[in-house]
Design a protein around this ligand. Structure first.
Ligand code: FA5
Length: 341
């Protein structure tokens, strides 16, 4: 038996010396020194020996088991470091290469200009009032003094939905009715920002969806000079005091009198170009004194209250402020454009 034991020791050491990977090493451990391994099996055979031979055999088995365990540990360390070196060599990492920069998101130019606009109106005491993109025909038109079949409806090419009387808002003006009905009879000073939708021919100045920022002030002594003064103060703060502006008489069914405000074209410095249709001016907003019918629809008595309202296109304003010559850039998702802001 002692001889068998010795042979087992030599065979185990010989096999161990030839092992080069972790998997073979595990197999070796199971085969020779594991719970069901050959050396453990030998200890169980001690009963086959005479009483005198047993102590000597037991001692020797233990010695061999310890020696093989130590040899196993040493081999495992060598195999592991060889494997690590192999892995490093195959997936070589050049630490001197520059890292990959993390791409940071940025605010869309439309969002940036909206925030500029909110800040200025906030400074002038106007709070933001949100109203929905999907509106009723009643709020978008009828309560704004535009009955069904009124020719003024042609001013807003409308996207209809499959639900009778439900449309995508063509302007932010329906928010005026919502704000008035919520705050009546309190005085109001709000801006109503939001996306508007029109079934229009897309050109350098017209998109089918664009932001508007509506404004509404209602009180008991508000006049047209308040409207002109407030809007002039806004454009001075946004574009700087040197930029020329002008009011032109206009027509909206929900304001009387009505006007439009133009800003001198920044792209051609007022000389005339494609963006300003060779006029030197770009229209940025419509405005006027809230029509008595609309005040009444909002719950205010037009004999006691007056108000002014305006609706500005914020992409048009961004075009003027940043010298952008085509509104189509805003929603075409071209990173070369977006990354400039
Ligand atoms: C209106 O929508 C009125 N609701 C504005 C108003 C509000 C008047 C309150 C009186 C009182 P208008 O259709 O002109 O008006 O649009 C207002 C502004 O929105 C325009 O001056 C322009 O800056 C912008 N705008 C209009 N249509 C487009 C379009 N297709 N693409 C981009 N901007 C547009």
């Amino acid at each position: 038996m002692l001889e068998q034991l010795e042979q087992l020791r030599l065979e185990a050491l010989e096999k161990l010396a030839a092992i080069a990977d972790g998997e073979a090493l595990d197999g070796w451990e199971k085969r020779f020194i594991g719970r069901k391994g050959a050396v453990t099996e030998m200890t169980r055979r001690v009963g086959e020996l005479s009483k005198d031979e047993r102590p000597e055999f037991g001692r020797r088995v233990n010695e061999i088991k310890q020696a093989l365990s130590a040899a196993y540990e040493a081999r495992a360390a060598t195999v592991q470091s060889a494997e690590m070196e192999r892995r490093l060599a195959s997936g070589a990492l050049d630490v001197s290469l520059p890292g990959r920069p993390k791409l940071l998101g940025r605010l869309h130019p439309s969002t940036q200009i909206l925030r500029d606009i909110f800040r200025i109106w906030g400074d002038m005491g106007f709070q933001v009032y949100r109203s929905p993109d999907v509106e009723t025909d009643e709020n978008n038109f009828q309560l704004l003094n535009i009955p069904p079949d009124h020719p003024a409806r042609d001013m807003w090419a409308t996207f209809y939905t499959t639900r009778e009387g439900i449309i995508l808002r063509t302007h932010t003006s329906p928010g005026q009715i919502r704000a008035m009905r919520q705050y009546c009879p309190e005085p109001i000073r709000v801006i109503l920002p939001g996306m508007c939708y029109r079934y229009e021919q897309v050109t350098a100045r017209h998109e089918t969806q664009f932001y508007q920022v509506e404004g509404l002030a209602v009180g008991n002594q508000i006049t047209m000079s308040d409207l002109k003064g407030t809007l002039s103060s806004f454009t001075r703060r946004l574009f700087g005091p040197e930029r020329e502006t002008r009011f032109r008489p206009s027509y909206f069914p929900f304001t009387e009198p009505s006007a439009e405000m133009d800003v001198e074209c920044i792209l051609c410095e007022g000389k005339g170009c494609a963006v300003c249709k060779q006029t030197g001016w770009v229209e940025i907003l419509g405005c006027g004194m809230v029509h008595p019918v609309v005040l009444q629809n909002g719950g205010y008595d037009p004999a006691k209250y007056t108000g002014f309202a305006f609706g500005m296109g914020s992409e048009r304003i961004a075009m003027l402020k940043y010298g952008i010559n085509d509104i189509r850039y805003f929603w075409s998702n071209d990173l070369r454009f977006l990354e400039q802001f």
